[in-house]
Structure formats: structure tokens, C-alpha cells
Design a binder for this molecule. Structure first.
Ligand SMILES: [Zn+2]
Length: 321
């Protein structure tokens, strides 16, 4: 397949969209085919070796952009995007508004260009959880300082941006377990609305080893009020995994880990109704579905191409203005 360079200087620049991803746990089961856009300015774009794709960017989804010639960086809401194999993967917040979103592309010579893409709506199902301990629904005032300090620490771990040292392929599930709660569900604890589910839950016995999904550096460990014993792995490129509710942590901050290394053991510490692993992955600070990433970084992605463009970023949200 021949790769045609996009005409980056033309007025109506059409970017080389390799794929727009929005795969959820359920969509993953459909094994959606790889797609590749075909537009007058960007035809027959080669699919990067290990990136598969599904249409439409949605809250909690991933927007994938094949980098046009000369582009070395992509920024979204002041955060650098994850870049691997010539494709930028942009995490879209579960709380993102539907409509036009902006990216800034940067080139080696320092020049910048704005691009726009559309985020479509996605309605995640509800999950209602009953907790015996009311302090896990509405924390007592004396714990608020602790919770604030912990969230500052976690936010700082999620802000890291280090080089990708090890290929993310394959991005492996940390343990064999039944998915007891998929990503994105709107959650109610004892009928009170709380943040949507920012990761996936894998039910497993207490003491089951939890493996690192990919290589990285331990960015943070600790025992947190809601998350219990937790480990943050910085995979590089602003991709951070967080594993929590552990019974035991077996790594320390600063440790280098490889794919498959044991990070800790399954438990039910923090806000948990039973032993399970909660696994969050953030890209550019936004939680995305780990199932999507495992599909994206599968060792043998499907190779089918579709010629129909799915959606194209545009140069301006109101062309001609
Ligand atoms: Zn969870």
C-alpha cells in the first residue's frame, strides 16, 4: 500500500486520520475491523503496524490521528498526547462535551497548526452499588484533608510524561478474572451519584498476582482512602496505569518494571465490596477503556481496510469564517 503525503499547505487541510476509536467493552466483543480513511487529500493511509480502529470519538474513547509528515507532537487541552508508531492516541474525558474539540499539532521547526475533531455522544449504562460503610459514600469531615492530599499526589502521578521506553505491544490484561464492572458506567453508591467508573474491575481471589500490562516505571504507590493499596505505572508518553484495592504492594516508587512483572496482590482495600482488581489507564490525563488499549496493541491486529472516511478533522470549526 502506497502512503500518500497529505497536502499540509492547502487552505482546507484534511488531516490523515488513521482511525477514530471509541471501542467499549461491548464493542470490543464485536471485534470491529480496522478502518482507514480515504479523502482527496489523504488517500489509502497505511494503518500503523499495531493500531486497529473503530469509528467515532466519544467521551471515554480514544481519538487516533496518524501524524502528518513533519508533525512531531500533538497537544490536547494543554497536555501532550501519547505517540506510538506514527500515531497519536488522544484520551477523551468521560465528562467531555459533545461537539468540536481542538488539537494543536507541532512540527520540528516549532510551527503549530490547529485541528478540530468531533466528539459524539455515548450513553453508558448505570451501576448501583450498596456499601455497608457510609463513610465510603460520604467521607467524614476529618478525612477530607487526607483525601485532598491523596488526590493531589495521584494527579501529579497522572501528569507525568516520560519517553516510551518499551513497546506497548502487547498490552496485557493484568490477571485472568471475570470483568465484574466495565468501563464508563454511571455510578450510584447507596443511591447517591458519584463519578463514572474510570476503569475496569476484574474479580479474582484475594492474593492473585497482578501483572504489569506493559513496561514502565512505578510512579507512585500508597494506601489511599477510596482506592486502598494502589500502584501507579508510568508506561511513558503520558500513559499511566493505576491498579488498586490490593491486599499487598510488591513494588516501590522508582522501580522499573517489564510487562508481566508482579505489581502486587488482589485484595479489597479501600472502597470495595469484595476482592477484585480495579485497573484505570489514563492517556493525557483522561481515563480510557483499558479494553480498547488491549485491542489497539494486540500483537496481530486485523488488517482489513475500509475506504469510507469515518470523520475528518477540519482546519476550522466554521470553515470559511
Ligand atoms: Zn472499579
Amino acid at each position: 500500500m502506497k502512503r500518500r503525503k497529505p497536502a499540509i499547505n492547502c487552505h482546507r487541510f484534511k488531516a490523515t486520520v488513521a482511525a477514530v476509536l471509541s471501542m467499549s467493552a461491548t464493542a470490543h466483543a464485536d471485534n470491529a475491523p480496522v478502518t482507514s480513511s480515504s479523502t482527496p487529500a489523504a488517500q489509502a493511509i497505511e494503518q500503523p503496524a499495531s493500531v486497529s480502529a473503530v469509528p467515532v470519538a466519544v467521551p471515554g474513547g480514544i481519538y487516533a490521528l496518524a501524524l502528518p509528515e513533519g508533525v512531531t507532537g500533538v497537544r490536547y487541552r494543554k497536555r501532550d498526547a501519547y505517540i506510538y508508531n506514527g500515531t497519536a492516541l488522544i484520551g477523551i474525558s468521560l465528562k467531555a462535551s459533545v461537539g468540536t474539540h481542538e488539537l494543536t499539532l507541532t512540527r520540528a521547526d516549532g510551527s503549530e497548526q490547529r485541528l478540530f475533531f468531533d466528539v459524539a455522544d455515548k450513553n453508558y449504562p448505570e451501576q448501583r452499588i450498596t456499601l455497608a460503610n457510609p463513610n465510603m459514600v460520604s467521607p467524614p469531615p476529618e478525612t477530607l484533608k487526607r483525601i485532598r492530599e491523596e488526590s493531589a499526589k495521584m494527579a501529579s502521578a497522572y501528569r507525568r510524561y516520560t519517553p516510551v521506553e518499551e513497546s506497548p505491544v502487547p498490552f496485557v490484561q493484568p490477571l485472568d478474572g471475570i470483568m465484574s464492572s466495565p468501563f464508563g458506567r454511571k455510578r450510584f453508591f447507596n443511591d447517591q451519584p458519584r463519578n463514572p467508573h474510570s476503569g475496569i474491575d476484574l474479580a479474582a481471589d484475594t492474593g492473585t498476582p497482578i501483572a504489569s500490562p506493559s513496561g514502565g516505571v512505578i510512579a507512585l504507590t500508597g494506601e489511599f482512602y477510596f482506592n486502598g493499596k494502589s500502584v501507579f505505572v508510568d508506561h511513558g508518553g503520558g500513559m499511566i496505569s493505576m491498579m488498586c484495592h490490593m491486599s499487598e504492594i510488591l513494588v516501590a516508587q522508582g522501580d522499573k518494571v517489564s510487562r508481566g512483572d508482579t505489581l502486587g496482590l488482589v485484595g479489597a482495600t479501600g472502597r470495595a465490596t469484595g476482592p477484585h482488581l480495579h485497573w484505570t489507564v489514563k492517556l493525557n490525563g483522561n481515563a480510557v477503556d483499558p479494553v480498547t488499549l488491549m485491542a489497539l496493541f494486540a500483537p496481530t491486529p486485523p488488517t482489513t481496510s475500509i475506504d469510507t472516511p469515518l470523520s475528518e478533522p477540519t482546519e476550522s470549526p466554521s470553515p470559511g469564517s
